[in-house]
Design a binder for this molecule. Structure first.
Ligand code: NDP
Length: 481
């Protein structure tokens, strides 16, 4: 059985304890590889290696940093098929999706920040002829980057790329549930000639390896994507140590459909925004709100479309929906469906686990589930489920739907469907969320600020925001006379 290794100081190494954890293929329920159960000692060596590499990497010219990052991107492209297959097997997502989205985006992240750093500039301010200020932006040191399982290599590289482009070195931990592409990525970094210690990847459990990174006194900057409760505990550890923190957390995103929308497009895109990646994208719209005059029509058109979503072996071409990521996660999602029923919800389609015959008979598949008849403030409509489950509720007025949309603790993303330009602006302005799509969904421009309000996070990723996050500004004021 394949044993994944840590990537420390430019080499692939075993965990010091020699302990390993099982890695399960969620489509089959079988253990298919093992990953290091790393602990404090492994993190210590990784941090020391990153510290040692910091001096020369932070002094490496931006052009040379960009060159090696572009080489890594080229190698991701060259290994596209292999990485996509690994992602699908590790995560349960349709292979087609991994090929189309996850792996190309990982390469794009590396290229985007390789190019970005060459265009990044800092400001100067001159209040009068007597003084001039200029601001430098220097790398901070060793960055801790911790990422989740839903878009494994995509989100892992989304953190690592700006961190190393800006001249930091990194100790990173991918999710223990989906470690494989991060391991393959470490092989590509070696092949590309990334200097030893610039990136260190420590595999293992969040509570052990992850926590050791967060607590480490020599890791002054932490970029974390994951659940809100984990984010809370990370903030509690990091804040008293005055670490710089970027937290990209959970969501409960509203998808608001007005009667004047482009109906067919709204239905079709809403099916995708509800169930893409088995609903396991932080940006999925999990609460659909439909203006009452088209509510019945929308619900029946939506359910009709959902019937066409084929749940199947993720490696086959027909699979529109694959397995959810793990057995505990499947149980969590199923428990929310039960909760919805107890709260009076009506399951219009789905609501159960699905048996996929053949090699996937023990896999963790859940039928795309549509639930109506729930109030906006019940637990099902307030808590993040993060699976193939969506609720639909009617609304009467613009004011009411804004209240529904803003009624959760989250504020990550929202989608609005209307052909009324003024209304689109008004509602977008009033929904408290970091990202709003109008008449579209998941259109990403890597230059835009990415992140959430309220309990969906602190700070923003993307574009200059990430390069600013991974650098320390220093203002220098000079008297000219
Ligand atoms: P978790 O919070 O469980 O885990 C995220 C990462 O943190 C994993 O690598 C995990 O390791 C690690 N971790 C867990 N505990 C600690 C700790 N005490 N210290 C340091 N690291 C720790 O999230 P999930 O992996 O379950 O991901 C799903 C969540 O991510 C959802 O809530 C989703 O909304 C959110 N998300 C947010 C996005 C955004 O941009 N806002 C984007 C994508 C997802 P391990 O796997 O070993 O537990």
């Amino acid at each position: 059985m394949q044993k994944i290794k840590n990537y420390i100081n430019g080499e692939l190494v075993e965990p010091i304890s020699k302990s390993y954890l099982d890695n399960v293929n969620p489509s089959t329920g079988e253990v298919y590889s093992q990953i290091p159960d790393s602990d404090k000692e492994d993190v210590e060596i990784a941090v020391q290696s990153a510290k040692a590499a910091f001096k020369s990497w932070s002094e490496t010219s931006i052009t040379d940093r960009a060159k090696v990052m572009n080489r890594i991107a080229d190698l991701i492209d060259k290994n596209h098929e292999k990485l996509a297959m690994a992602e699908s097997v590790d995560n349960g997502k349709p292979l087609k999706l991994a090929k189309k989205v996850d792996i190309p985006r990982a390469a794009a992240n590396m290229r985007f920040y390789a190019t970005g750093i060459e265009h990044f500039a800092s400001e100067s301010h001159q209040p009068n002829t007597e003084y001039i200020n200029y601001t430098t932006r220097t790398p901070i040191g060793v960055a801790g980057c911790i990422s989740p399982w839903n878009l494994p290599l995509y989100l892992f590289t989304w953190k690592i790329a700006p961190a190393i482009a800006a001249g930091n070195t990194v100790v990173a931990k991918p999710s223990e549930i989906t470690p494989m592409t991060a391991f393959l990525f470490s092989e590509l970094c070696i092949e590309a000639g990334l200097p030893a210690g610039v990136l260190n990847i420590v595999h293992g459990l969040g509570a052990k390896a992850g926590q050791a990174i967060i607590e480490h006194k020599d890791v002054p900057v932490i970029s974390f994507t994951g659940g809100t409760s984990t984010g809370k505990s990370i903030a509690a550890t990091a804040a008293p140590m005055f670490k710089k923190l970027s937290l990209e957390l959970g969501g409960k995103n509203p998808n608001v459909i007005f009667a004047d929308c482009d109906f067919d497009k709204a239905v079709k895109t809403s099916v995708t925004s509800s169930f893409a990646n088995q609903g396991q994208i932080c940006l999925c719209g999990s609460r659909i709100m439909v203006e009452r005059s088209i509510y019945e029509k929308f619900v029946s058109a939506f359910v009709k479309e959902v019937k066409n979503l084929k749940v199947a072996d993720p490696l086959t071409d027909e699979a529109k929906v694959g397995a959810v990521v793990s057995e505990p996660h499947m149980n969590k999602v199923m428990s929310y469906i039960e909760l919805a029923k107890k709260e009076g919800g009506e399951v219009l389609i789905g609501g159960s686990r699905i048996n996929v015959d053949g090699r996937c008979e023990n896999g963790y598949f859940i039928a795309p589930t549509v639930i109506t008849n729930l109030s906006h403030d019940c637990r099902t409509n307030q808590e993040e489920i993060f699976g193939p489950v969506v609720t639909i509720m009617p609304f009467d007025t613009e004011e009411e739907v804004i209240e529904f949309a803003n009624s959760t603790a989250y504020g990550l993303a929202a989608t609005i469907w209307t052909e009324n330009l003024k209304r689109a602006h008004r509602v977008a302005h009033n929904i408290k969320s970091g990202i709003i799509w109008v008449n579209c969904w998941l259109v990403r421009d890597l230059r835009t600020p990415f992140g959430g309000m309220k309990q969906s996070g602190v700070g923003r990723e993307g574009g200059w925001e990430a390069l600013r996050f991974f650098t320390e500004p220093k203002n220098i004021c000079i008297a000219l006379k």
